[in-house]
Write a protein that binds this ligand. Structure first.
Ligand code: ADP
Ligand code: MG
Length: 244
């Protein structure tokens, strides 16, 4: 499980995460919603050990991301796909996908390539294995990015607004892949603005507001008429998101 307890993070005097507690168990799909600037990306970066915590603790299968010797183990268990395309531009789709498995996991090259081709097939890009990122559309690049993450066979997939730079058609392509992954039991932490999609794939919805986790509810309850104390804030957020 991914477990965060009392996570605090500031940039200068700005408190960006103000004591976040969250658990994500194997098999869950947890969507993180919240306005721009609420701390979603920072939380994902903290889970991946890309930001140093100012307080609290994050563990991935009991490996503490703040302890250098444990971070490598934590990172073997989780893989992140980011908002902006971060493929290596000088490498083909296939080479982008096989890089980490061959270098980090020491998978033999032929085996890594066969697995990468199977992943490209899964996302409908088997014919583009030898294309460079510049030769791919944004939606195709994000699908390669998903393959690259999956190639490490992570237990947890962290996804930070991976469709926010895409047009609606490309967004649909990528969400379709995530839907398939959710149905096959991939554990995901999914930061998104795609509220209706989050509703269809998530077991739980978490809502961040100004660095605080103010709602953590099963999906049905989040969208139900009575969200308890946080209801007015959720309603305001949902109505704004649906207008945008
Ligand atoms: N490296 C950084 N240095 C300074 N401020 C940052 C940095 N990263 C994020 N922030 C600030 O932290 C706040 C939360 O950012 P972020 O986690 O990206 O929010 P979200 O992903 O929810 O939009 C914002 O006010 C942002 O400007
Ligand atoms: Mg963000």
């Amino acid at each position: 499980m991914i477990s965060a307890r009392g996570v605090k993070k500031s940039f200068g005097s700005a408190v960006v995460l103000d004591g976040i507690d969250i658990d994500v168990s194997v098999g869950e799909v947890v969507s993180i919603l919240g306005s721009s600037g609420s701390g979603k990306s920072t939380l994902i970066r903290c889970m991946n050990g890309l930001e140093r915590l100012d307080g609290g603790r994050i563990t991935i299968d009991d490996f503490d991301v703040s302890i250098p010797k444990q971070l490598a183990e934590a990172r073997k268990r989780s893989a992140t796909v980011f908002q902006l395309f971060n493929l290596y531009p000088h490498m083909t789709a296939l080479d982008n996908i096989t890089l980490a498995p061959t270098k980090v996991l020491k998978v033999p090259r032929a085996k890594a390539q066969a697995e990468a081709r199977a992943l490209l097939d899964l996302v409908g890009l088997d014919a583009r294995a030898d294309a460079y990122p510049a030769q791919l559309s944004g939606g195709q690049r994000q699908r390669v990015g998903i393959c690259r993450a999956l190639a490490m066979k992570p237990r947890y997939l962290l996804l930070d607004e991976i469709t926010s730079a895409l047009d609606p058609e490309m967004t649909a392509e990528v969400l379709n892949i995530l839907g398939q992954l959710a149905r096959t039991g991939t554990t995901m932490v999914f930061v998104t603005h795609e509220i209706e999609f989050a509703r269809t794939i998530s077991s739980r919805i978490v809502f961040l507001d100004k660095g605080r986790l103010i709602v953590d509810l099963p999906t049905d309850e989040f969208f139900a008429a009575d969200g308890g104390m946080a209801r007015p804030r959720i309603a305001q957020f949902l109505s704004k998101m649906r207008k945008d």
